[in-house]
Ligand binder design. Structure first.
Ligand code: WT7
Length: 653
């Protein structure tokens, strides 16, 4: 972080800003005046955007706000899947490509038009209805990045059944917890998916998870890898049997604007993930508006590639709902960036003429590490806009993205938002904003944010504080599934009356925003959000472990890396294999993404006199920094000993 800040300061000192080209400005969707228009009357601004959706029954008021509960467009009626599909087909755009799908194995491709997708979704909606799914029932989706994942989501939306998509990298245990928390009764999965060349064992994970989820009565299984799967008669159904024999039409029902659209689990500061609830009209308004303005979308020409997984909110908002609402054409890629060679991404950009690329800094840094030769050997001139999301982007990666990938020709939008915000909140507007490498710049029109202290007072420009949102916005989460108190406590209690995001930020002397990262116990590893408590919880569930303390330590590629400090129980003899065993154990309880990069077995953990583990000092240890203030510790020698251990163990590798 400190290097990052120095680098930013050096760039600012040079006065480095990037203005879009006059050509870009001339054709841009966004104009300067949009900020004033939206600021003058944010509700009217959002209402106008919402009128761009197709309503079965129009709404009469934009916002009802009883803090901390907001509803938007409440008396309107609409159907999310109609907004994504039917209305485009009805407008004659049925032949437009919705997705160029690229499987991980070379040559494995499908081209899905809006008409194709509508037919698939209608069939899937009919199938879900046949399986007994009704409006309001929750459906879990655990699929690879294949067109059926989009179809499954939209089929749920079409019949008013909120979906809960669970990232394919989560383990059976994590899957079971999420299925139980939302009380899902049906699961949609696949025999597997391709990632890193090997088929994944999605169906096995579902089978293992369902051992503890007795209320799931049906599992729909897409055939993707053709590997053998175990089968539970009566419960399991092949997608190609049940879905593909259905009628290709389905009459949609209109639902209230606030009908739940989906739940997405994300990590908070405790060990239990939170089911973030999003509803229909406000969410669709937010994601379609931001997708059009932030990415300067020209739906009839652009090819948009949001290189994220559908299992995260970025995929929901900017692979599925935003682009489809806008009638855009997207690329959907199943695999990892180096499948079939480290130039795989650039081949995809070239082949499909991708114009808008949106990805995470961690991926940009990885691509950068592989060297310029891979992008340089491909024609990337179709690109006209680049986006970044998920974590602070360091200026070096920003500059590389701009020059090597964008040919110094593409505006970069660094977009700050969260699972809870539904869509983009802080971002430059291409064609309007002169950007600074590493700055997310300013709130999107109609959104109001601030940087404040504990009492909620704005801090002066140049100083750090908490990033808060001042008033409700359409895509705002409507709560945590089944836990209204936690919703109030997490987001609305830290800074009185404001939405507290959990991030630190500062405004520079021009008033532009720099998001500095989480200030709570949430880690950001490769753009994945993980809680320290969740990983600690998994570690102490291992029979050998007495106590565990987990911190996120700065990492040049993944942003943060998980570092765990573990003490073992009195009678345990530490075997050489223990560290590997613990990593595997965390992988099993949460998923491979949560495996600590480093585990240090130590005789003791540093504690205050009141018995609290001092994570701040462990972070110093993990980042190989001089130790901070140790005076409140019960025994400062403990952390010095751990520091010594860490130094000697890292000089071993
Ligand atoms: C957290 C939210 C937004 C979709 C992907 C992640 C961090 C996100 C930025 C950015 C600095 C960022 C924040 C935030 N974050 N975008 N442009 N600059 N930090 O969604 O898993 O809900 O994580 O990601 O720390 O709180 P998420």
């Amino acid at each position: 972080m400190s290097e990052h800040v120095e680098e930013i300061e050096a760039l600012l000192h040079e006065g480095r800003r990037f203005f879009p080209s006059p050509d870009f400005v001339a054709q841009a969707n966004a104009t300067k005046s949009i900020y004033e228009i939206a600021d003058a009357d944010p509700e009217a601004f959002w209402a106008e955007q919402a009128r761009g959706l197709t309503w079965e029954h129009p709404f009469s008021t934009a916002l009802n706000w009883t803090p901390p509960n907001a509803t938007w467009f409440e008396d309107g009626l609409l159907n999310a899947s109609v907004n994504c599909l039917d209305r485009h087909v009805a407008a004659g755009l049925g032949d437009r490509v919705a997705y160029f799908w690229v499987g991980e194995p070379e040559g494995d491709q499908r081209r899905i038009t809006y008409a194709d997708l509508l037919a698939m979704v209608s069939q899937a909606a009919n199938a879900l209805t046949e399986l007994g799914v009704k409006a309001g029932d929750r459906v879990a989706i655990y699929l690879p990045m294949i067109p059926e994942a989009v179809a499954a989501m939209l089929a749920c939306a079409r019949i008013g059944a909120p979906h809960s998509v669970i990232f394919g990298g989560f383990s059976a245990d994590a899957l079971a917890n999420r299925i139980l928390d939302a009380d899902c009764r049906v699961v949609i999965t696949a025999d597997g998916g391709f990632r890193r060349g090997a088929p994944s064992a999605l169906k096995d994970n579902v089978d293992a998870a369902l051992a503890s989820c007795p209320d799931v009565h049906a599992v729909l299984v897409v055939r993707r890898t053709e590997q053998a799967v175990t089968w539970v008669e009566g419960r399991d159904h092949w997608w190609h049997n049940v879905v593909e024999r259905q009628a290709m039409t389905h009459t949609p029902e209109a639902f209230p604007a606030e009908h739940p659209l989906y739940v997405m689990y994300t990590s908070g500061t405790t060990a239990k993930p939170k089911g973030i609830l999003h509803t229909t009209a406000g969410y669709l308004t937010h994601v379609s508006t931001t997708h059009r303005m932030v990415f300067d979308l020209k739906a009839d020409r652009d090819v948009v590639w949001t290189a994220a997984d559908i299992g995260w909110v970025t995929g929901h908002s900017y692979i599925v709902y935003g682009p489809l609402c806008n009638g855009a054409t997207s690329v959907l890629y199943e695999g990892v960036p180096d499948a079939g060679g480290k130039d795989r991404w650039w081949r995809i950009v070239e082949e499909f003429g991708v114009t808008i690329l949106y990805t995470a800094p961690t991926t940009i840094r990885t691509l950068m590490k592989w060297g310029d030769g891979f992008p340089d050997s491909h024609d990337l001139s179709s690109l006209r806009l680049l986006g970044s999301v998920g974590e602070p982007i360091n200026p070096e990666a920003w500059m590389w993205y701009r020059s090597v990938i964008g040919g110094n020709n593409c505006p970069i939008v660094d977009t700050w938002w969260q699972t809870e915000t539904g869509g983009i909140m802080v971002t430059p507007l291409p064609g309007v904003t002169a950007t600074k490498p590493g700055a997310a710049m300013r709130a999107f029109p109609g959104i109001s944010v601030d940087v404040v202290d504990h009492e909620g007072n704005s801090v002066p420009d140049g100083e750090g504080g908490f990033l808060v949102v001042n008033r409700p916005w359409p895509g705002m989460t409507r709560g945590i599934w089944g836990d209204p108190e936690r919703f109030i406590e997490t987001y609305w209690s830290q800074v009185p009356g404001r939405y507290f995001a959990g991030d630190g930020a500062k405004r520079d002397e021009d008033g532009d925003l720099w998001v500095l990262g989480r200030i709570d116990d949430v880690m950001n590893v490769s753009g994945h959000r993980l809680s320290t408590a969740e990983v600690e919880h998994a570690l102490v569930a291992h029979h050998a472990v007495a106590e565990a303390a987990v911190v996120g330590a700065a990492d040049a590629t993944t942003g943060q890396a998980i570092v765990a400090f573990v003490t073992v129980k009195a009678n345990v003899v530490v075997a050489e294999t223990l560290v590997e065993e613990l990593r595997a154990h965390v992988g099993q309880l949460i998923g491979p993404i949560a495996k600590p990069k480093t585990i240090l077995i130590t005789p003791e953990l540093p504690k205050t006199r009141s018995g609290k583990i001092m994570r701040r000092l462990l972070r110093d240890v993990a980042e190989h920094r001089a130790l901070g203030d140790t005076t409140t510790l019960l025994d400062p020698a403990v952390v010095e000993m751990i520091d010594e251990l860490m130094r000697s163990s890292s000089s071993d590798d």
